[in-house]
Design a protein around this ligand. Structure first.
Ligand SMILES: [Zn+2]
Length: 432
């Protein structure tokens, strides 16, 4: 196996509160911070001007396999991940069929062994068929390799089912991840309710459709002691509910997407279906509240909710097009451009929310550059100016709101288990 010396980069390892210019060695698939004096590298990478970070972790990714391989596959989705500096992704189980059995989890893990270029951690569904009624077999699913449970794509509307799921999760000390949406309040909504939706003649999705479920989840988490994670939080009220619950010790966490941090409801003004997502993007006041929540620690994780769709599907009228945005290849550039460069957030704070924090919530042994850790590493160029070219994305899908836009900051190399799998825009297929 190639021994790499990453020379002279800025090492950012939030798990170890490390931020310094130093060399980093990758030896036998592991991080070596104190290599033996006689060690010779096979390859030296000049990392001056680059960030050397733990490989990014995306805890919310729709890989679409099995069932919708026309949108994305484990092969294409993990290549998009590598191009975005991600070395671990969590696969959402709302596939066809739904991943709600040991067989399903085993399909994802075995297909990942042959097709994936980054680590894939599967979630299992909370309820059978994601119908929101009968709980899946948590013990069996965890044993098969599930890292958490979610019905994402759909909310768990039935309070009793969510109560039982949280109670059950305590037994296994696992995480329940919820897509918070009151289906009655949100019914028919295609963009955030408000003046712009009215003016555009589009049915509104009110912010309370999310926050009422977040409040419900906080209550049930407090009542049962189960760990709940709110996915893609998008409103000021939701952030405030989570902040207050956490302050009184409730085991609630949440994530925010790059698109909710970077865009506002204005992105819908042109009826661009690449701005159509669920939960819909809110006004500037919500965006600022999300940034505030990210800064004060209420929001611990940034996750992309990478949701690929075919061009034919997204070519429909706004009302008819499916919800979702692809985000892994643009995540670092967008966040660096929108948060770091204007001085709203430091790079170490950003990296922690994409490495150490999701690893801690998922209880996976990733997201650090500790001596002996798996050599999952991202080299990020925070100054590189580039234009998002949809034809050069590694995802099968093109539903990206930043197509044609200029971003500052780009991953330049990605290592998984000590193997260089991405460099300067190209996937280097792993030796197998
Ligand atoms: Zn969702």
């Amino acid at each position: 196996m190639t021994t790499y010396l990453l020379q002279g980069g800025r090492i950012l390892d939030p798990a170890n509160q490390r931020d310094e210019t130093a060399d980093l060695w990758l030896v036998e698939g592991r991080i070596a911070t104190r290599p033996t004096a006689s060690l010779q590298p096979d390859e030296v990478l000049d990392c001056r001007g680059l960030i050397v970070a733990p490989g990014l972790i995306d805890m919310h990714v729709h890989l679409r396999e099995p069932g919708r391989e026309d949108k994305e596959t484990i092969a294409s989705g993990t290549r998009a991940a590598a191009a975005g500096g991600f070395t671990s992704v969590c696969a959402i189980p709302n596939t066809t069929p739904v991943i709600d059995s040991q067989t399903g989890i085993k399909f994802i893990t075995s297909r990942s062994q042959t097709d994936a270029v980054v680590n894939v951690f599967p979630y299992a569904a909370v309820t059978k068929g994601q119908k929101g009624e009968e709980l899946t077999e948590f013990g069996d699913l965890l044993q098969a390799g599930a890292v958490g449970f979610t019905d994402d794509g759909r909310p768990i509307m039935n309070n009793q089912v969510m109560r039982r799921a949280l109670e059950y999760s305590v037994t296994f000390d696992t995480l329940i991840l919820d897509h918070c949406e009151d289906l009655n309040l949100a019914e028919g909504g295609v963009m955030r309710e408000g003046e712009l939706a009215t003016r555009l003649g589009l049915r509104g999705w009110p912010s309370v459709a999310e926050s009422i479920q977040v409040a419900r989840d906080a209550e049930l988490s407090e009542f049962t002691g189960g760990r709940i994670h709110v996915m893609h939080v998008s409103t000021r009220a939701s952030v405030e509910i989570i902040r207050q619950a956490r302050a009184r010790g409730v085991r609630i966490s949440c994530e925010v997407t790059p698109h909710h941090l970077a865009l506002t409801v204005e992105a819908c003004r042109t009826y661009s279906t690449n701005a159509k997502c669920n939960p819909p993007i809110g006004p500037e006041s919500d965006r600022l509240a999300l940034i505030e929540g990210l800064l004060d620690g209420t929001i611990e994780v940034i996750a992309t909710d990478h949701a690929p769709h075919t061009e034919m599907e997204k070519d429909l009228m706004f009302t008819d097009a499916p919800n979702g945005i692809i985000g892994m290849e643009t995540a670092f550039g967008v966040l660096n451009t929108v948060l770091v460069r204007p001085g709203l957030m430091t790079l170490p704070d950003l990296i922690s929310r994409m490495t150490a924090n999701p690893a801690r919530l998922l209880r996976i042994d990733k997201g650090t550059l500790s001596d002996g850790a798996d050599a999952d590493v991202a080299l990020l160029d925070p100054e590189q100016v580039w234009t998002v070219d949809p034809e050069r994305l590694h995802s099968k899908a093109r539903n990206c709101p930043w197509n044609g836009q200029q971003l500052v900051g780009r991953p330049v190399a990605t290592f998984v288990g000590g193997e260089l799998i991405y460099r300067d825009g190209r996937i280097l297929d792993p030796a197998r």
